[in-house]
Design a protein around this ligand. Structure first.
Ligand code: COA
Length: 576
């Protein structure tokens, strides 16, 4: 439980440096030893439009976005206009009086003038560094020493040259000093604990680190928001571990190259987002037909089509499960927080290799761009798993690449390692890989491909860790998936604290195949099931309805911004 919790939102225009301000601030606050949850949202344009960064710092767990804020720092009028209504009644507006015109919407809430532009001009001779004045002031409120900010500014702007660094460091110091003189009452008595064994990463970075830890050797990619940072990270870092990341002309070529590398024995992962996944759909079938392991991280964004590339949505679930011509098996997973992004990526690659089939990991824009400090992953816990290969002395005549087995997994030779040849094409084939379309063979091979899902499903029953909270005396339960975990968990904790009503919570990480036995057990004592999702049509609820014949209460949100715990608390209370 948190004893101190502070939510600061910085609002301004794209190009003004709101994001740099938030990124540096989060790092400084995390280094100070607070738990942070840092969320950003920005327009698809390079300049203009509304940019926002929200930092929640807490000495307890900071698991979700908070809708209402303690401090709104409005860099200009658009930041004020968009967020004034989110300031708590007890909260404070910090604003640049030269660029913000106050109105009735502020009501009786407190306000403090922070002349960002004037201070920046005074200290640096230009307006450019006004975001760093804001950074310094907000840092003072959280409590870590100004030196943290000054050092991080050097890291952040180092590539822009010494002059830029010095100018910004001056601005940070000036902002910090101003806050210590004029806003000292906003400081919370946080107990700072620097030096914890943690890393501060975004969901995208955690996935990219997971890919490296999982032994991924080849990352074909095509840039697409909001998945691009995974690709950029791996282009930079993977070669240090002996791997390669290569950009192709589009997502079709990307996945085709991935299948080629996988056929040749490499561990392959590719990041993409909705429209990219659509383009990959036919090639994904080829991966299923040739039984080539491949992992796709699909960072969901608001759709359809180009939609809202910089906004979040959980709307690719149906496409991920069912988006296939013909019937091809794939495993669908969804990490539930930043830490989980690391571990589910490791696990996804292992499942792909072990079951020789495509795995799609669904994250989303909110998870991708949210940063949190997480425990440094213990690499000794990484289980790489192995692809089943034939013995080196395997007889060529009797070898069957697609031999029928109970688990659907048969030995896969590596060209150049095993002296075995076989055909791997999109055509239906016999166990040796030769084209064969007889009704019996199609039935047999379809069964063989789907046996993988059955085998995985059985393992989930015994080994699948479902994040769960299940008090004995409850008749109400919530099932969620993906990045809504933190907001649901916090909402349920608050409901229990305020009303005494205990609500069970299940949050499966593998969505398809479903952990059927576990879900049935969870549903058993329930009279009411609530399924909140960040999409318009209730995609997971539909899936559950189809499987279990239930009628859950559905809570939908498709605004491009994730659920906050307050929003969920309110909606769930309406159904109690
Ligand atoms: N001194 C010097 N440079 C500064 C600065 C300062 N005090 N503050 C910010 N900057 C620089 C940043 O380093 C950055 O430079 P870079 O472009 O060389 O990296 C630039 O100004 C923008 O600042 P930043 O803080 O990163 O962002 P912002 O809050 O101004 O918002 C974005 C700009 C992020 C909204 C916009 O640039 C963007 O990327 N939009 C999304 C584009 C997209 O993905 N579209 C979808 C396509 S499908």
């Amino acid at each position: 439980m948190a004893t101190q919790d502070l939510v600061v939102r910085i609002g301004g225009e794209g190009g003004e440096g709101v994001i740099s301000c938030g990124e540096i601030l989060s790092k400084a606050v995390a280094r100070g030893g607070l738990n942070i949850h840092a969320f950003r949202t920005f327009p698809a344009e390079i300049r203009g439009g509304l940019a926002m960064f929200q930092l929640r710092g807490s000495d307890g767990p900071a698991r979700s976005l908070s809708q209402s804020v303690d401090v709104l720092c409005a860099m200009n009028h658009c930041g004020y206009d968009a967020y004034v209504h989110n300031i708590k009644d007890t909260g404070v507006l910090v604003y640049d009086p030269a660029f913000v015109t106050l109105d009735d919407r502020l009501g009786g809430r407190r306000r403090i003038e922070l002349p960002l532009d004037e201070i920046s001009k005074e200290v640096t001779g230009a307006s450019r560094a006004k975001n760093m004045v804001a950074m310094g002031a907000m840092l003072a409120i959280f409590g870590p020493p100004v030196e943290y900010g000054v050092k991080l500014v050097a890291d952040h702007f180092g590539k822009k040259g010494e002059d830029v660094v010095r100018m910004n460091q001056g601005a940070v110091e000036a902002g910090y000093k101003f806050a210590m003189e004029h806003m000292v009452e906003l400081r919370r008595p946080f107990k700072l604990q620097p030096g914890r064994d943690e890393i501060l990463v975004t969901g995208n970075e955690a996935c990219a680190l997971g890919a490296i830890a999982a032994g991924v050797e080849f990352v074909p990619g095509y840039p697409i928001t909001p998945a691009t940072p995974i690709f950029e990270f791996l282009c930079r870092e993977l070669p240090k571990f002996g791997g390669k990341a290569v950009q192709f002309e589009d997502e079709i070529a990307t996945l085709a190259a991935g299948i080629g590398a996988s056929f040749a024995g490499k561990r392959v992962l590719t990041p993409t987002s909705g429209p990219g996944l659509s383009l990959m759909s036919e090639t994904l079938n080829l991966a299923a037909m040739t039984e080539c392991p491949i992992t796709i991280i699909n960072v969901m964004r608001g759709g359809p089509s180009t939609g809202m590339p910089t906004k979040t949505e959980q709307s690719d679930l149906k496409f991920a499960i069912y988006g296939t011509s013909g019937e091809s098996p794939r495993c669908i997973m969804a990490p539930l927080d930043i830490y989980d992004c690391f571990w589910q990526t490791v696990r996804g690659v292992r499942i792909a290799e072990k079951y020789q089939m495509p795995v799609i990991i669904l994250t989303d824009q909110a998870l991708a761009y949210t940063s949190q400090n997480i425990p440094t992953p213990d690499l000794s816990e990484v289980d790489l798993g192995e692809r089943l290969t034939p013995p080196l002395d395997q007889d060529r005549e009797t070898f069957e690449r697609y031999a029928v087995t109970e688990t659907g997994v048969s030995p896969m030779p590596i060209p150049g390692v095993h002296d075995l040849m076989y055909m791997a094409t999109g055509l239906e084939h016999n166990p040796k890989g030769a084209p064969n379309y007889t009704p019996k063979m199609h039935e047999l091979m379809t069964q063989q491909r789907f046996a993988k899902l059955k085998a995985l499903g059985k393992r989930i029953v015994h080994q699948h860790k479902v994040e769960e909270y299940e008090p004995e005396d409850t008749e109400i339960g919530v099932i969620g998936w993906g990045s809504t975990y933190g907001a649901i968990a916090e909402a349920l904790e608050n409901i229990e604290r305020d009303t005494g009503v205990r609500i069970a919570h299940l949050h499966p990480r593998i969505l398809s195949p479903l952990p059927e036995w576990r879900i049935r057990q969870f549903l058993g004592p329930l009279k009411k099931l609530i399924v909140p999702e960040e999409n318009y049509t209730g995609q997971y609820a539909h899936f559950l309805k189809g499987k279990f014949g239930i009628k859950p209460i559905e809570i939908h949100k498709a605004h491009g911004i994730p659920f906050s715990s307050e929003e969920l608390e309110k909606s769930i209370k309406e159904h109690l």
